[in-house]
Design a protein around this ligand. Structure first.
Ligand code: HEC
Length: 146
């Protein structure tokens, strides 16, 4: 009895510790996360227009705020998402947008998943984007993508 109570409280402490370190401590090295304001509000609204003009034909609103997408990309380097979108999308005409249009649309994807805007625009330089890790804040699932 006593032993299982101890184990239980140790598990609680560990769980609490994970939450604290995810939110409050800077990650080691130069890696920053998408929780630190890595795109501008202007980028995200331009990206929203691009999404609604082009991407929505195949990806209805809500596709990229769904749990499957959030879980898949949580913790990935932003360069991976940017690389996928810029090299393979739009599916029938991959690579046909400008690099900054791809950055805008990626900024929009971050925004609808609860990442805050900041003062610095998302770069189009893949080496810089490798230093940015995607974090999907818990509790921000938004099936309508609003
Ligand atoms: C003509 C249809 C079409 C258009 C337009 C299109 N996509 Fe896609 N997209 C797909 C298909 C199909 C897939 C599934 C993977 C594959 O077949 O490459 C996909 C996959 C993706 C993925 C990966 C999803 C995941 O679960 O990781 C992302 C992100 C994405 N598209 C973003 C975009 C964005 C942003 C645009 C607009 C610039 C866009 N797509 C335009 C058809 C399309």
């Amino acid at each position: 009895m006593f032993r299982s109570a101890l184990l239980f409280s140790a598990a609680c402490l560990t769980a609490a510790g994970v939450v604290v370190s995810a939110g409050a401590q800077a990650p080691p090295s130069k890696v920053v996360t998408t929780a630190t304001g890595v795109y501008t509000a202007g980028q995200a609204s331009r990206g929203e227009q691009t999404y609604m003009n082009i991407c929505v034909a195949c990806h209805p609103p809500g596709t990229y705020t769904a749990a499957a997408f959030r879980e898949k990309w949580n913790g990935a380097a932003l360069s991976q998402l940017f690389g996928l979108v810029s090299k393979t999308m739009p599916k029938e005409q991959p690579g046909t947008l400008e690099a900054d249009e791809y950055a805008d649309v990626v900024a929009y994807l971050l925004k609808i998943n609860g990442a805050p805007p900041g003062k610095t625009a998302l770069p189009t330089d893949v080496a810089l984007m490798k230093q940015i890790r995607i974090v999907m804040p818990a509790g921000r699932e938004n099936p309508l993508g609003q």
